[in-house]
Design a protein around this ligand. Sequence first.
Ligand SMILES: Cc1cc2nc3c(=O)[nH]c(=O)nc-3n(C[C@H](O)[C@H](O)[C@H](O)COP(=O)(O)OP(=O)(O)OC[C@H]3O[C@@H](n4cnc5c(N)ncnc54)[C@H](O)[C@@H]3O)c2cc1C
Ligand SMILES: NC(=O)c1ccc[n+]([C@@H]2O[C@H](COP(=O)([O-])OP(=O)(O)OC[C@H]3O[C@@H](n4cnc5c(N)ncnc54)[C@H](O)[C@@H]3O)[C@@H](O)[C@H]2O)c1
Length: 452
Amino acid sequence: MTKNYDLVVIGSGTAAMVASHRMASAGRKVAVADYRPFGGTCALRGCDPKKMLVTGAQVIDDVRRMTGRGVVAEDAQILWRDLIAFKRTFTGPVPGKQERRYADHGIDAYHAQARFVGPNAIELDGGDRLEAQHILIAAGARPAPLGFPGEEFLITNAEFLELEELPERIVLVGGGYIAAEFSHIAARAGAKVTILQRGGHMLPHFDADLVGWLMEKFREIGIDVRTRTSVEGVEKTDRGFLVRARADGGQPVTVEADLVVHAAGRIPDLDSLDLQAASVERDGNGHLKLNEFLQSISNPAVYAAGDAARMGPPLTPVSSHDAKVVVRNLLDGNRHRPDYRGVPSVAFTIPPITSVGLSEREAREKGLKFRMQSQLVPNWYTARRVAERVYGFKVLVDDETDLIIGAHLVGPHVDEVINLFGLAIRHGLTAEDLKMTMFAYPTGASDIGYML
Ligand SMILES: Cc1cc2nc3c(=O)[nH]c(=O)nc-3n(C[C@H](O)[C@H](O)[C@H](O)COP(=O)(O)OP(=O)(O)OC[C@H]3O[C@@H](n4cnc5c(N)ncnc54)[C@H](O)[C@@H]3O)c2cc1C
Ligand SMILES: NC(=O)c1ccc[n+]([C@@H]2O[C@H](COP(=O)([O-])OP(=O)(O)OC[C@H]3O[C@@H](n4cnc5c(N)ncnc54)[C@H](O)[C@@H]3O)[C@@H](O)[C@H]2O)c1
């Protein structure tokens, strides 16, 4: 059967949800299609479930830091199965709620895989054909193929966040966001965790000095981090798995594991869309060729948003921002461009590490004249009152304009404080403006004035 719409959205994650609801509110006829339960990566397999597990790990860390400082909780431990059950109290109802919201807003929601069959048409795997004036690719990202033997033994983020039992020995392949966050959860839940990271240090998206300070926490909770080590294969053995890797110098490295987790990057999930059928072109990296309005350069009926578009960093607020930009372009004509200045990013280790705006290296490469304050400050009250040794910052301020151009923080509460720097960067606040702002005391934000 063929149905006609103003907009068909492929996916049901953050980008799809924001775009479809905004278009429906503007009176347009809209459909969404997803072959997975409605809700997308962030709500079901990413940010939200992950942070509920972080809550458990945070309590264990609080107890450890406060033991001998007035707190006795000798038996504090994570009961993994119960923590996962707690997580499901949030994730379980999400698909049903989303489905009801689509119905309430008159959006047709299909449980099906979509692929293009023409410039303005998609076919669902149940056989329905949907034709639309515009089609939005909001298909997200998937774990990057690694191309080594035994790759099929790796579990993904989705499976990790559904584990009923936490095995004893876990290897994480890769050393970015997922490895950092999952290792901090798993180690505090009692697992022996090894990270095999190809790069020269952990968390390459964050400031290297701050990452260096944070590594004390990895050591303290027994995470074995091997940098400059590339995984080359995984074998199944009678005791679990043998992960084969190679260190930079060429030396072979082997690690035994009960579970091997993919934490080695994600790519736009486009292969199953049959893009050629709609003349939607990709570049040499496999990314969609889009113009500044998030529209396919080869098929003006097609737009993309979020992780699938990969114009901004693959983060939830970017997916939402892209979707708003696309909707405005669909309703007003192509006039709106995404603005990725000041997108804050947090890796939810304990304590968290954050970044917004330019890194020190980017600022130097741009030839900017700036002043920089950077310090490890375990003696500041914010760290001392929670007995945390890792607390530090690096803040970059433009010499001429006094504008904040970058902020990088590690330590307690910085996952909230970084948003204030993001606000300053996006809305042109100067260092003096921030110094003159009265922040509630004693909060993490009340340290900002001393970082400038
Ligand atoms: C473990 C993990 C933790 C994360 N934590 C954070 C965090 O703390 N903060 C943050 O900002 N970001 C985080 N992210 C990133 C964030 O989840 C993504 O940037 C965001 O969810 C992307 O949203 P999206 O709408 O672009 O795509 P998605 O939410 O991925 O939605 C895409 C949907 O499209 C569907 N789909 C794909 N192909 C088809 C097809 N052919 N037909 C029909 N449907 C299809 C998929 O099933 C999927 O449901 C995390 C990611 C991971 C993996
Ligand atoms: N808190 C958050 O915002 C959050 C959390 C999780 C994921 N995410 C998003 O999801 C994306 C994917 O996360 P990720 O952690 O998988 O990717 P990532 O890009 O953060 O890190 C991947 C790392 O894997 C390494 N690697 C690749 N192949 C390897 C191999 N064979 N052996 C050893 N190391 C290898 C790379 O050197 C790289 O540093 C992120 O880019 C991020 O945007 C965000």
